[in-house]
Design a protein. Structure first.
Length: 72
């Protein structure tokens, strides 16, 4: 996954945990606006989330942040 997307994931996870605490869960849709103006990026993150890592629909933001930062 592109570094730009990883950086966005980390920023969103930080914002969510700052606002709602370390136990907050999110889906890959959390990284995009309601208007799908970047279908390629959405599919790239969906592939990373669903196909590569086989994550559940909702995962802890802390877990996702760590995964994005580690480059897995």
């Amino acid at each position: 996954m592109r570094q730009e997307l990883r950086d966005n994931i980390v920023a969103v996870c930080d914002q969510k945990t700052d606002n709602k605490g370390a136990d907050v869960g999110l889906s890959f849709y959390a990284f995009f606006k309601n208007k799908n103006d970047s279908p390629e990026a959405l599919m790239e993150v969906a592939r990373w989330w669903i196909e590569i890592h086989q994550l559940d629909h909702f995962e802890k933001a802390v877990k996702i942040k760590n995964m994005a930062q580690s480059g897995v």
